[in-house]
Design a protein around this ligand. Structure first.
Ligand SMILES: Cc1cc2nc3c(=O)[nH]c(=O)nc-3n(C[C@H](O)[C@H](O)[C@H](O)COP(=O)(O)OP(=O)(O)OC[C@H]3O[C@@H](n4cnc5c(N)ncnc54)[C@H](O)[C@@H]3O)c2cc1C
Length: 384
């Protein structure tokens, strides 16, 4: 087990060492070079690379995460999402994930793996610690306000993922529906839907997985998507991967809200998906026009009655705590050059947009640390 060090002592020493100038300083703030917010794949990759540059946890950097356990968002994923069902999880840098039972829930497999990883590299993640706001401090430092106090940091790696911000589209009549509405983020597994009529909304892989699981137990399922789903036959090779990432990257470079990488890769035609297409479980209807008390309706007179509407409509980046820094562009996104926020070179976003995949998060962690190191080395007077 790792014990937490007594940060305030250490920090007050640092404050004296560097001789902070006048300004809006929080004297109780603990000073570090880097705060990493989030300990999912992206945050742990960043922490690993920080260690490799010689940075010491607690003294030079801290990793803060508001979840109760190791595992990032994986710890919250539904039990029927077994390790064998997820596609292409890349190991974290420096330590393979070997011998995992494909029948075990990925929440457990990844949770245990991240736990081992944090211990192996002594990353000392602080949890549960919620970062509430990041604002400008004195002397070029950022103030990171958290549930365990304030950090005054030179640089920030934001790795907060998307899980905490499920996206619920709004449709007329939504509040009149007498049945149950839930989002993928609350999906408990298929058993609860036995004998019910379920509408699944959303054309991503979560929606497809929900349907394939629920259909054998439910009284009826209906699949509704905004755009025609695109199924991808054959191998998803490096070239297709690069093309998909480039599409998302282009949006982020223009300051538009990122789309998920999965949304541009198409849906894999696995055996289960082929069977779902053959059985009619994956017959898709266009988006309904309104929600009624007992189901959904289209303007052409079609209606489907339902007990449940399951919104598999994706997630949005968790960035509200960065709002005081005004990083957002008029287009609604945070413009990045690589992982660096164009409006503030002290801030890197990893696992955001083009790096929102396990492999992308790995690479982003390394890239962010490389740039941060350069920035800190350029301004050594505040870091020595
Ligand atoms: C259902 C589902 C299945 C997926 N399957 C795959 C797959 O098979 N392969 C793949 O490559 N990708 C997959 N993805 C995408 C995958 O989740 C990401 O690629 C990757 O795991 C995300 O890592 P992350 O570190 O960016 O985010 P997360 O794992 O979400 O970690 C973010 C962390 O930040 C913390 N946090 C957030 N806000 C705060 C705050 N304000 N203060 C403190 N802590 C905070 C959270 O507690 C969390 O631990 C899937 C996504 C979903 C939703």
């Amino acid at each position: 087990m790792y014990g937490k060090i007594s940060a305030p002592d250490r920090v007050s020493r640092n404050v004296n060492d560097i001789g902070v100038r006048d300004g809006a300083r929080d004297d109780t703030a603990r000073e570090v070079e880097t705060v990493v917010v989030g300990a999912g794949q992206a945050g742990l990759s960043a922490a690993y690379h920080l260690r490799r540059t010689g940075a010491v946890p607690e003294r030079d950097f801290v990793v803060l995460d508001h979840a109760p356990r190791p595992g990032g968002a994986w710890q919250f994923r539904w039990p029927s999402l077994t390790y064998g069902k997820v596609h292409g999880i890349h190991a974290l840098p420096g330590m393979e994930l070997t011998g995992a039972d494909p029948g075990r829930p990925s929440s457990e497999v990844i949770g245990a793996y991240f736990d081992d990883y944090e211990r192996a590299f002594g990353l000392r993640v602080h949890r549960p610690v919620d970062v509430r706001a990041v604002r400008e401090g004195a002397d070029g430092r950022l103030l990171v306000e958290s549930s365990e106090g304030t950090y005054a940091t030179r640089t920030l790696i934001n790795a907060t993922g998307t899980w905490d911000r499920p996206f619920w589209p709004r449709y007329p009549g939504q509040e009149t529906f007498r049945g149950r509405q839930l989002h993928t983020a609350q999906y408990p597994g298929p058993e609860e839907f036995a004998g019910q009529r379920v509408i699944v909304v959303g054309g991503g892989s979560s929606g497809v997985q929900h349907l394939l699981e629920i259909a054998p137990l439910a009284a009826a399922t209906t699949w509704v998507t905004r755009t025609e789903p695109v199924f991808r036959d054959g191998e998803f090779g490096q070239e297709q991967g690069r093309a998909a990432v480039a599409l998302v990257e282009e949006r982020v470079r223009r300051g538009l809200p990122p789309r998920s990488v999965v949304s541009v890769t198409g849906l894999a035609l696995t055996d289960a998906v082929c069977k779902g297409l053959d059985d009619g479980v994956l017959d898709r209807l266009p988006m309904f026009d309104r929600i009624t008390a007992d189901g959904v309706a289209w303007d052409d007179g079609r209606r489907v009655e339902a007990d449940v509407i399951l919104w598999a409509t994706g997630f949005r980046p968790v960035t509200d705590h960065l709002a005081p820094l005004r990083l957002r562009e008029p287009g609604g996104g945070i413009r990045l050059e690589g992982t660096r926020a164009v409006r503030d070179p002290r801030i890197h976003l990893v696992g955001y947009g083009p790096s929102a995949s396990t492999i992308g998060a790995n690479r982003a962690g390394r890239a962010a640390v490389r740039e941060i190191r350069r920035l800190l080395d350029r301004e050594p007077e505040l870091t020595s």
